[in-house]
Design a protein around this ligand. Structure first.
Ligand SMILES: Cc1ncc(COP(=O)(O)O)c(C=O)c1O
Length: 385
């Protein structure tokens, strides 16, 4: 069976993990964490980056830094992972879901403004599949209405919008280094702080409400409890593992882009024949090959395709069930305007195997199986098998 995902593994990770262990520094904020933070800051021209225990906790931190009060509203797409929403709910906000664009599956920037009320505090821009939201428009709306912007760039490490790294455009950016992501530390993530004014508060929040970071920099004589906080810093063992992959970031990125481009060329004919839709990367956006998906005609065809691929030893999977249709979505939020594309487009989407090290031979097997499915003249015979 060709798996859907294999966590990235370069080969240097365990050497660095051993180094951390032998140096007797395995709790957070040691040399490997610092190296990762600095690498991310330098590479993405980010004001400040702090590793976190997950993409979810990076989002939690970002939302807490936005100073939400009960009853405040947060605008987000419904087509996203639960973590985007739970960060807002934990901070006490009400969710306002906005429809997506059918081409990128990202929040439809043209529908954001009508969802703004006097209670709106934050817009969350989720860069689906590592392809950027229309950030110029989103930032313009935010500035005109005095709103904060959090980029959920969990899938978008190494992607850019008009030359800027995703995660560095809004007030805060959040990355994930989960094993399903392009770069991994098992469980982990990072918060990007794009406004210096939040640096100290973020450090305190991440370090159990203490000013320990200031103490380590020699800026205070002893550290103490100064505000509310939590523990969001990952172990050095995880950071050491990630460091091996950040060192090889271009190698991983290029490998994924090669696979993505091979899929994309192989399926052009299906698209031209009107059988499927393919991912769209708008002008000015550079993506990171995080995901390759096809869009079938509708749900029934997608179910048949996934089943057919399984019969050919290929594991393909669908993605989010829109949050506004989930039990917690009803409880904590509302959909603003019409659900024109969120449900219908999510039901058509199927993700193909995509990971660092996917061999051309295995990829050909995936491509051939998809082409075989669509070569059946009478699709109904496939659907009823
Ligand atoms: C869009 C999005 N947001 C947030 C997350 C949460 O990241 P993590 O699994 O690192 O907590 C993920 C990943 O699963 C994601 O895809």
């Amino acid at each position: 069976m060709i798996p859907f995902n294999i966590p990235p593994y370069i080969g240097t990770e365990l050497k660095y993990v051993t180094e951390a262990a032998e140096n007797h520094k395995i709790c957070g904020d040691g040399p490997f964490t610092k190296k990762c933070n600095k690498w991310l800051e330098d590479r993405f021209k980010a004001q400040k980056v702090l590793l976190t225990t997950s993409g979810t906790t990076a989002l939690d931190m970002a939302m807490l830094l936005c100073d939400i009060h009960p009853g405040d509203e947060v605008i987000l797409p419904s087509y996203t992972f639960s973590s985007t929403a739970t960060s807002a709910v934990l901070a006490g906000a009400k969710l306002v879901f906005v429809d997506i664009r059918p081409d990128t599956m990202n929040i439809d920037e043209k529908k954001i403004e009508q969802a703004i009320t006097p209670k709106t505090k934050v817009i969350m821009a989720v860069h689906y599949a590592g392809v950027a939201c229309e950030m110029d428009t989103i930032m313009d709306i935010a500035h005109r209405h005095g709103l904060m912007v959090i980029e959920d760039a969990a899938q978008a490490v190494m992607s850019t919008y008009k030359g800027k790294a995703l995660g560095t455009i809004g007030d805060f950016g959040c990355y994930s280094f989960h094993e399903t992501k392009n770069y991994s530390m098992g469980e982990g993530g990072a918060i990007v702080i794009n406004n210096e004014a939040y640096n100290e508060k973020a450090e305190i929040l991440r370090e159990k409400g203490t000013n320990r970071s200031k103490f380590f920099r020699g800026q205070v004589d002893k550290y103490t409890w100064v505000d509310f906080g939590d523990s969001y810093l990952p172990s050095e063992l995880n950071a050491a593992y990630l460091w091996g992959q950040l060192e090889a970031a271009d190698q991983i990125n290029n490998d994924r882009l090669d696979s993505w481009n091979r899929y994309n060329s192989a399926f052009q004919k299906l698209k031209e024949a009107g059988k499927v839709d393919l991912p769209v990367v708008p002008d000015g956006c550079v993506h990171n090959g995080h995901m390759y998906y096809l869009k079938c005609k509708e749900l029934q065809e997608r179910t048949a395709l996934i089943k057919f691929l399984k019969s050919r030893d290929v594991l393909a999977v669908f993605h989010y069930v829109p949050l506004h249709s989930a039990p917690a979505g009803y409880k904590f939020g509302r959909f603003d305007g019409e659900d024109r594309y969120t449900t219908s487009e999510s039901e058509r989407l199927v993700r193909l195997p995509m990971y660092y090290g996917l061999t051309e031979q295995d990829q050909k097997k995936v491509i051939d199986a998809v082409l075989e499915f669509y070569s059946k003249n009478d699709l109904r015979s496939v659907l009823h098998k």
